[in-house]
Design a protein around this ligand. Structure first.
Ligand code: ADP
Ligand code: MG
Length: 503
């Protein structure tokens, strides 16, 4: 198919909204979701006589992301005014960085070939170059209704980092993987919630196609208005097909900005008025240069958390988890933290033994109980009533074989409803402590065999399947939770004794 002979080239521009208490140049609250125009002040509205003062947290967050993506860091960088007229920009200019971004020349690794459950040590990576990361302020928000446009200035001055990638991506799938990695990274770093639907992560995609094998890039278009990673992937798919078809017809691609229409599943040109730029960039005379010294960099570096990929490898190589578990548990930092806290608490109790098996036990509880409940109740792990300490109590009961895996499930459910009760207390109350003591089980087995002479006879005639019947009877008769393995062992023994007695 002629289609196959064209190759897409993609570069992304991503805005990351930072999770700071205050705005970038004023002490106003920067939180998302407040009532319209309740978080505005004269600085973010650009009233005459006001002066911006840089929020140092924004610099620290930029450095965090810059170091985590192996960027070079500018020891001096400058804020510039980017002029344009739009109703949601009351100052008439946006404060951004222009020719001196604070971070430049970094990369993010993606793993296009990786199977979900592969060992991350073995996956081939692809580096997506970062041209730059710079700091800027957000503009307000225009809310367009049928017959009017309203303005919410809460977002004016909310801090953003803008990342620009090199044109290194070669498929919509790679763009999707890049965004997924970036989202995970900013969440791990604690600088943004990375929520694309709420606009904390916004992506514009530049895309062109070229005949495969040709070095020179084709003419690109820029796609805007994509509110989820899926939309980015879909919009790129559509646009690549559109450009390819144009070239195959002998037409050319026009460089323009396009809006993705998720309902129609198509792109359409933005009004060209909104596109004509002459931003008249100039250094902002109200702000001093941003100076970053080595001490500050060392401090940020020392503060960087273990990143997801490294943590996943450590969970496999040092904690002894299977690759699948390691991936699931490190997807979100709070879940990985929870798991490790619970495991630490368990180790304090076990003081040795088979630590790999203990880790697997805790992992199973987190994956099958904790993550399930978070999902069912749509809550965050920090709001889970079962803290790591109590999960460790439960895991310890399992390590000692004091409760069965079904029993553990029941105890977990009960702990959700009883925030104060220990796992052991609940196990006692509900009679879930397994009795493994043969002395307690033997008389019940004898009693069951005495009470069911016909079944014993049938069993001895060769109907092995009846073992399950006896196990059921023993469990029913027993006062408490007998260990299923001990029941089986005793049953086989006693039935064998009866066979010998009968011969
Ligand atoms: P502008 O100055 O218009 O913002 P840039 O050179 O800064 O353009 O590039 C913006 C984005 O577009 C970058 O992510 C870059 O990788 C990407 N890009 C540049 N040229 C192409 C191309 N021909 N095809 C696809 N993406 C491109
Ligand atoms: Mg640019």
């Amino acid at each position: 198919m002629a289609h196959e002979t064209y190759e897409p080239v993609i570069g992304l521009e991503v805005h990351v909204q930072l999770q700071t208490d205050a705005k970038i140049f004023s002490p106003d609250a920067a939180a998302f979701g407040a009532d319209p125009n309740t978080q505005v002040d004269p600085v973010s509205l650009g009233h005459p006589g006001t002066l911006p003062v840089l929020n140092e947290k924004v610099v620290a967050y930029a450095l965090r992301l810059g170091l985590a993506t192996r960027c070079s860091i500018a020891d001096r960088s400058v804020f510039a005014r980017k002029h344009y007229f739009y109703p949601d920009l009351p100052k008439g200019y946006q404060i951004s960085q222009y020719d001196t971004p604070i971070c430049y020349d970094g990369f993010v690794e993606i793993y296009p070939e990786e199977e979900e459950d592969a060992n991350p040590a073995e996956a081939a990576s692809k580096r997506i170059g970062l041209t730059r990361i710079h700091m800027e302020e957000d503009a307000g928000k225009s809310i367009h209704d049928a017959d009017q446009t309203r303005l919410d200035f809460n977002r004016c001055g909310v801090p953003l980092l803008e990342l620009v990638t090199e044109p290194d991506l070669r498929s919509p799938r790679e763009a999707y993987l890049f965004l997924k990695r970036l989202r995970q990274l900013v969440r791990y770093l604690g600088i943004s919630d990375g929520n694309m639907e709420e606009g904390s992560l916004r992506c514009d995609a530049n895309v062109s196609v070229r005949p495969r094998g040709r070095e020179q890039f084709g003419t690109r278009t820029e796609l805007k208005n994509m509110n989820s990673m899926r939309h980015v992937e879909q919009a790129l798919d559509y646009e690549i097909a559109r450009q390819t078809a144009a070239l195959e017809r002998g037409d050319s691609v026009t460089q323009q900005t396009l809006l993705w229409d998720p309902d129609a599943g198509t792109t359409r040109p933005m009004r060209s008025k909104e596109e004509a730029h002459d931003y008249r960039y100039m250094p902002d005379p109200d702000l001093v240069e941003v100076v970053v010294d080595d001490d500050q960099l060392d401090e940020v570096r020392a503060d960087l958390p273990e990143l997801p990929r490294a943590r996943r490898r450590r969970f496999i190589e040092e904690v002894g988890l299977p690759p699948y578990d390691a991936r699931v548990l490190t997807e979100e930092r709070p879940v990985a933290d929870y798991f490790e806290a619970a495991l630490d608490q368990l180790f304090k109790r076990t003081k040795g033994g088979d630590t790999d098996a203990q880790a697997k036990l805790v992992s199973n509880l987190v994956m099958s109980e904790v993550l399930r409940v978070l999902n069912e109740r749509s809550i965050e792990i920090d709001d889970l009533p079962v803290e790591p300490e109590r999960l460790a109590q439960l895991a310890f009961l399992r390590v000692q074989d004091k409760v069965s895996s079904n029993g553990a499930q029941e105890i977990f459910e009960a702990m959700m409803e009883q925030p104060e009760a220990s796992a052991g207390k609940i196990a006692d109350e509900r009679d879930l402590i397994q009795v493994s003591d043969r002395g307690a089980i033997v008389p019940v087995v004898e009693e069951v065999l005495d009470d069911n002479p016909e079944q014993v006879e049938t069993y001895l005639d060769g109907k092995d399947g009846l073992l399950g019947f006896f196990i059921g009877q023993v469990r029913r008769t027993f006062d408490g939770s007998p260990d299923p393995e001990v029941i089986q062992e005793v049953l086989r023994e006693k039935l064998e004794a009866r066979r010998q007695a009968a011969e």
